[in-house]
Write a new protein. Structure first.
Length: 211
């Protein structure tokens, strides 16, 4: 490990994905390798989140990044412990649309970016799960998920110092990160309830689109 330091509106109907869990804004204190096909072949950082049950549609994270991306890798697991990967519930390699845009949290000579990934829908029972999301590079550069102290976090838990690191490149097998202050900026979306309005002539528009 290296330590460095839609909205749709059609005739009165609006639907959007909403954040069920967000671990908090970047605090510009640290970062942990979360990258594929850079100068590092593979690195995942897992953060735990409480899920109320239902469909997860999008995941995102905030990163220090020094290369272009070609996609992303993600996993959702449960029951992880030090040295043990638990149960894999969902994983993918660029399953859906994604975007990576500057987030304004630049530090350590890196530009800060937010990666938003529209994953294949994942329906899970209520429980605690672990999310990892790593951008895929073009064979060079580095990428680190940004640390957070929980500012503007949503859901639970936030800033709880419990995460795992997995990388064959660094020779770690679901290594528990016990260093205080190292929590990382991920988020999970679920579908928001549709807001439906009646139109003239008694018509009802029922269009719905997942973001």
């Amino acid at each position: 490990m290296m330590k460095i330091v839609t909205l749709l509106a059609v005739a009165g109907i609006a639907t959007a994905a909403s954040a069920q869990w967000y671990n908090g804004d970047p605090d510009l204190v640290n970062g942990l390798a979360a990258e594929f096909n850079t100068d590092v072949t593979d690195a995942y950082v897992f953060e735990d989140f409480d899920h109320g049950g239902g469909t997860i549609t999008d995941v995102w994270g905030n990163y220090f990044w020094s290369s272009s991306i070609t996609g992303y890798m993600y996993e959702i697991r449960s029951g992880m412990s030090n040295g043990f990967g638990g149960t894999l519930h969902a994983s993918g390699n660029t399953d859906g649309a994604y975007s990576m845009t500057p987030n304004g949290f630049d530090a350590f000579g890196f530009t800060g970016y937010r990666l938003s990934a529209d994953i294949a829908d994942v329906n899970l029972a209520a429980g605690t799960y672990m999310l990892a999301l790593s951008p895929i590079g073009k064979g060079s550069g580095r990428g680190f998920v940004q640390s957070t102290s929980g500012a503007n976090g949503v859901g639970s838990p936030n800033d709880n110092d419990l995460n795992w690191f997995q990388s064959t490149f660094f020779g770690t097998t679901y290594q528990e990160n016990l260093q205080a202050g190292n929590d990382f900026s991920y988020g999970v979306n679920i579908p928001a309830p549709a807001s439906v309005a009646l139109l003239g002539l008694g018509g009802l528009v029922a269009t719905r689109r997942r973001r």
